[in-house]
Design a protein around this ligand. Structure first.
Ligand code: ADP
Ligand code: GN1
Ligand code: MG
Length: 375
């Protein structure tokens, strides 16, 4: 009963929010999309011209994105920039760039209160996404998608972007927050995860190497996506070629190694992000090579030599950082990432630790694959 009531409340809320956007037709129904860890995403259907038209409606998590208007400014200017570039080549951008709907007052969002911020974009026709990529073809395609994203934005004025989440991929700062969480032990879980804490602390030197290189000032700041997991790319459901990079919330100035590395964490793992059987977790070198082939082939002409040398190291940095963020959140009592079962953050953290340790063993081999495709 309570569940039905809840559903009805959500239905009413969604209908009310949809009415704020300029969408022709009649609202019909919604489905929940559960793949993201931060925002709440719904697929909504409108009836128009005798058929159903679908849209993606999202409630932005304003605890994470404290200045959602600035975030939407980044997103709209980056999407418009890419759209103009694609169109200038005579190709349609309909399926390759996000298209946000406007509200009655011409904004790309509905800001109802501090905790009630919504946006709506067209569902890209005939598209699918993968939580975990199921083939080398999809992995290579996702590499190409994020590489092309870099290419499109290579001349974008990077300093015009808002810093949506300060220190997002500052691994040194992430270690500081991790130590703070251990110290505070808000959820009383510290004793139980002593070996994982020790594991992450032991990787600090290698995981923060990229940050130290960044501080030396030899690596250019680019427009980076910063959340390059496979589920943030849409593919054509028939051909499995990539169509569009999505989830642009964290587009900010960053290092190309962030985008390469964060993608490898998911695309080249033999397991899921929260694989429970740790004996199944390692780097899948075939998928890694497929990703590197796609990504590096797309960016090789813009990469500096120093950048190229950091790509495999980026995978280590991003995997340790992300795993440590899961463990930090577990210690804090699961307040940041969405979880679908009680110990999920701990499972994610354990899995990332094993994956990162395997990457460290294979670091030279991983870098030599980058070199192979950079020629
Ligand atoms: P989150 O920030 O919660 O990760 P995303 O923007 O990544 O949200 O969207 C979650 C999922 O919704 C995606 O993985 C994809 O499956 C689907 N999705 C999002 N936007 C679109 C779109 N414009 N067209 C088709 N599917 C989409
Ligand atoms: C979050 O929103 P989503 O699920 O795409 C997180 C990323 C993490 C990722 C781990 C703003 O991304 O940084 O790498 O989970 N996004 C934010 O899967 O913190
Ligand atoms: Mg996403």
């Amino acid at each position: 009963m309570e569940n039905n009531e809840n559903k009805e409340n959500i239905q009413a809320k969604i209908k009310e929010i949809c009415a704020l956007f300029q969408i022709e037709g009649e609202y019909r129904r919604y489905e929940v999309i559960n793949s993201g860890h931060i925002n709440s995403t719904y697929k909504v259907y409108f009836f128009r011209g005798g058929e159903l038209k679908d849209y993606i409606l999202q409630r932005v998590n304003t605890k994470v994105f404290r200045d959602p208007v600035a975030m939407m400014e980044n997103i709209s200017s980056v999407t418009e920039y890419i759209r103009a570039k694609i169109k200038s080549t005579g190709v349609s951008a309909k399926r390759s760039v996000l298209h946000y709907q406007k509200t009655a007052d011409g904004k790309f969002y509905a800001y109802l209160s501090e905790s009630d911020f919504w946006r709506c974009c067209r569902f890209i026709d005939g598209s699918i996404s993968f939580l975990t990529p199921d083939s080398c073809k999809v992995v290579e395609s996702s590499g190409r998608a994020f590489g092309e994203f870099q290419q499109h934005l290579k001349d974008y004025p990077v300093h015009d972007l808002h810093i949506v989440i300060p220190h997002f991929h500052n691994t040194v700062n992430r270690y500081r927050l991790f130590r703070e969480a251990i110290e505070k032990d808000l959820a009383g879980r510290k004793e139980r995860v002593a070996s994982e804490i020790e594991g992450y602390l032991a990787l600090e030197e290698v995981a923060t190497r990229l940050y130290r290189l960044q501080k030396q000032g030899v690596l250019p700041l680019r427009v980076t996506h910063n959340d390059t997991k496979c589920s943030n790319v849409l593919f054509d459901e028939q051909t499995k070629d990539y169509l569009c990079v999505i989830d642009l919330d964290t587009v900010m100035p960053g290092l190309v190694a962030f985008d390469f590395g964060d993608a490898v964490r998911i695309a080249a793992s033999t397991g899921e992000e929260d694989e429970k059987d740790l004996t199944k977790v390692a780097v899948d070198m075939e998928k890694y090579e497929a990703f590197a082939r796609g990504f590096v082939s797309a960016v090789k002409d813009i990469l500096t030599e120093e950048e190229r040398k950091t790509l495999a190291l980026g995978a280590v940095a991003m995997t340790v950082e992300c795993g440590m963020r899961f463990l930090t959140d577990y210690l804090d009592g699961d307040t940041y990432f969405k979880t679908h079962y009680p110990e999920q953050n701990l499972v994610r953290a354990k899995c990332h630790l094993v994956l990162a340790e395997d990457m460290i063993k294979r670091l030279d081999e991983m870098q030599s694959i980058v070199e192979k495709y950079a020629k």
